[in-house]
Design a binder for this molecule. Sequence first.
Ligand code: G3I
Length: 348
Amino acid sequence: MSRSISRHLIALSAAVCLAAGLAATPATAEPRPKTLAELAKKHHKYFGSATDNPEFTDAAYLKLLGSEFGQTTPGNAMKWYATEPKPGVFDFTAGDEVLAFAKDHHQKVRGHTLVWHSQLPAWLTDRTWTADELRPVLKNHIQTVARHYKGKVIHWDVVNEAFNEDGTYRESIFYKTLGPGYIADALRWAHEADPRAKLYLNDYNVDGINAKSDAYYHLIKQLKADGVPVEGFGLQGHLALQYGFPAGVQENIQRFADLGVEVAITELDIRMELPATPEKLATQATWYADYVKACLAVKKCVGVTIWDYTDKYSWIPGVFPDEGAALPYDENLQPKPAYHAIRKVLGG
Ligand code: G3I
């Protein structure tokens, strides 16, 4: 090959490479901003949102749920009233729908919840039970549900909201009929059914160090000493601006980590008295950032779940009529200051 032909070939191939390179990354293209899930992953944590089946008809909602979040929790679909509506008759339709969505979007799923005093079917609450009658019913419920979802959920909130604010046991049907040992039994039965899911106790108003979180601290310490498979503590994190930010969140997370369990922020939302003002939304943004920061500071805090992501589907207005605006996206699915504050704290 003559020198001039090879010079032409080199020039041509350089031009082709340049053209291909420009086509692949046009100089004007903005890199796609990282999602909350991607940002959290850099800290080895997940960032998730609860969801609920009626929302599955809302395409714009689902688009964000599937793209921005790396984890989801069914808000109602796996509760007793949904999964065992008649004695011994199980229905996994709603939970399976959430799982299928999560699988399609590469999301982890937290199972919520096997034993809770609320949202129980009428057949369970409309009569009295002896311990001998209730025990096999509880065991069958836990094991049938946990077996169905075996390998598909990373965590189970095995027992939800077991304590009162003063640290005494909540007088649920399970406590009143079976005594406090129902918690250890529930954990053991769940572990038999799904040995790989991390088993959690989960509650609200346990963000800081107080009588209720102390009760969990002592219970978990005892359960671990007895060899009971408790592996996580869930801080629900339903906060309200009018009550102030709980003191000592990071210290509280750390003391559970030091007991040898992991910690998850499981149901974070921060409500306010309506109307929302720019000042209140700015305070809310700081609170979200501070809560997420507390989780980031503790290695064994594995992730944060917000209790749905948009004010459009928050549970708050249904329960607290003059309160709301609790989530990082508004009712039109537009990000609020809280969303930007969370991104920032995650390094986005
Ligand atoms: O299923 C009925 C439906 O048939 C009816 O048409 C509709 C009319 O109101 O109500 C539906 O039931 C609602 C149910 O959610 C399912 O959507 C209940 O009224 C409603 O009270 C219930 O609220 C749920 C609440 O738990 C019950 O306590 C919320 O969606 C759910 O987000 C909330 O989640 C709890 C966690 O599980 C535990 N921690 C606290 C958190 C907030 O309360």
